[in-house]
Design a protein around this ligand. Structure first.
Ligand code: ADP
Length: 468
């Protein structure tokens, strides 16, 4: 998303959220005001009825005041006037001066009078007129102050909310920006992938090491950014290993391609008529083609494994029979080593026969490659820790403790095996590991330099543990 578009989205989000907050606050204020009006009305009524009771008590003891006293009372907040008709009811409001309460209304802004009609025990009707002007003016003042305060709070909140929201949305904006940068990366990498694999490293280092900074003291954001950062970390690692895989694969293919080109050039220049050069070139090209074919098959196998498009075809079989077949196969292609099989009873398992054979072949092939001629290779099948163990032991060069943790990595070869030019690509053990793990098993390796190695694959005896 472009920056200005992101800003626009952010502003509209802030605008909408601030609007909603303000409307909510206004609603709270209005309901509070209504409550205060009701409260004020109730208190006024209480005050009036108490005052009315007090005045009635006075009238009862001293009688209805005369005309002169009424003039004095006018200066206060009430008046008591004799009536020439029987009292009509309890309370009523009237507008106009207390002295002329002829028009009766429930509410008036021009001095509101509360009128109370009573009759003394001697049977003299009178009216108490309570002047609410001062009280209402005070209430009016309080209401104006309250409204000004509310308006001030609303405006203050409007600004504060905008600032807080903008602050709160900043990390989200950062996340969006990072995500959009990653989005750019995907289009970039597509382009560059088409060009060549070595540029992938550059893309990884320039984009995927991106991390989002955690805003201070915002727990929910810290959790979110941590989650995204760890996701980025995983994507980064996956991308790096993918890039390494592609670059290693190209590197592995470069040598046989160079050899084939070299022979083609040689044939072109001198070999067309020389039968010796012709034979040598054909043999070498064939050998390199076989190497390339093996490598491409291994790469395809791993790629299919990574895509989860290799489905297992489990079937019940006896592991000891497979071990016997593998030994026979090995004896046919290699007469320089002594092969020995060791098992007591049959070992029934349920697994993908072809894949288990492939993993067994990789182990025997390595034992042949990395042990000297005349060496003994022992293939053993036994029950170990409740699992079916298939192990291949040789008396070869062994593996150092520094190399041991890496031998299952793709394209990893020890310096020694590189120097000996065994023709290996470093993919065999990673394929075997993938097969064993897909069957719910694992590897055990025991090795000592100069003494030999033992590779054991441990497979579940139960058929259910086989992952399809
Ligand atoms: P490669 O095709 O090179 O044999 P692998 O993945 O099968 O690839 O093996 C990886 C590396 O582990 C080998 O290059 C070799 O250095 C070491 N290795 C594997 N098996 C043995 C063994 N039986 N003895 C000594 N080293 C071994």
């Amino acid at each position: 998303m472009p920056k200005d578009q992101m800003e626009r989205v952010k502003s509209s989000l802030i605008f909408r959220l601030t609007g909603k907050f303000s409307i909510r606050l206004l609603g709270i204020f209005i309901s509070l005001d209504l409550l205060l009006i009701l409260l004020a009305g109730g208190l006024t009524f209480l005050w009036a009825s108490h005052l009315g009771e007090d005045i009635s008590a006075l009238v009862e003891t001293h009688g209805v005041p005369g005309h002169r006293a009424a003039l004095w009372m006018k200066a206060g907040q009430f008046q008591v006037k004799p009536l020439d008709h029987p009292p009509e009811g309890a309370f009523s409001f009237s507008s106009g001066r207390a002295s002329s309460p002829d028009k009766e209304t429930w509410w008036s802004f021009d001095p509101p009078i509360l009128r109370l009609e009573r009759i003394t025990s001697q049977g003299r009707p009178y009216a108490i007129l309570l002047d609410l002007t001062r009280l209402l003016r005070n209430l009016q003042m309080a209401a104006v102050c309250l409204l000004i305060w509310e308006a001030f709070i609303l405006i203050l909140h409007l600004f504060r909310n905008t600032r807080t929201l903008s602050h709160t949305l900043r990390p989200i904006q950062e996340l969006a920006a990072a995500a959009s940068r990653l989005g750019n990366l995907s289009s970039l990498s597509h382009q560059e992938l088409r060009e060549l694999a070595d540029k992938l490293d550059e893309i990884n280092s320039s984009h995927l090491d991106l991390r989002i900074t955690t805003p201070s003291a915002r727990q929910e954001m810290i959790a979110l950014t941590d989650a995204i950062n760890s996701m980025l970390e995983r994507i980064d690692r996956a991308y790096q290993s993918q890039a390494r895989f592609v670059s290693d694969a190209s590197h592995e293919l470069r040598t046989p391609i160079a050899v084939v080109r070299g022979y083609a050039d040689m044939l072109d220049r001198w070999g067309k008529k020389d039968p010796n050069i012709l034979r040598e070139a054909i043999d070498s090209i064939r050998a390199e083609a076989v190497t390339m074919q093996n490598l491409v098959e291994q790469l395809l196998f791993l790629a299919r494994g990574d895509n989860n498009s290799t489905s297992l075809q489990p079937q019940p079989f006896d592991l000891t029979i497979v071990a016997g077949q593998l030994i026979k196969e090995a004896q046919m292609i290699d007469s320089t080593h002594t092969f020995e099989g060791r098992w007591r009873d049959s070992m029934p398992i349920s697994a993908d026969l072809a894949l288990i054979k492939q993993a067994g072949r990789i182990l025997i092939d390595n034992a042949i490659k990395y042990s000297p001629e005349g060496g003994r290779i022992l293939v053993e099948v036994r029950l170990q820790e409740g699992r079916a163990a298939f192990s291949v032991e040789d008396e070869g060069q062994g593996i150092s403790s520094e190399d041991l943790p890496h031998i299952f990595d793709r394209f990893y070869r020890t310096d020694e095996s590189r120097a000996r030019q065994t023709g290996g690509s470093g993919l065999g053990l990673s394929i075997a590991k993938w097969i064993v793990e897909r069957h719910g098993g694992f590897f055990q390796v025991v090795s000592r330099v100069g003494i030999g190695s033992r590779f054991t694959m441990l497979l579940p005896v139960e058929s259910q543990s086989c992952q399809r």
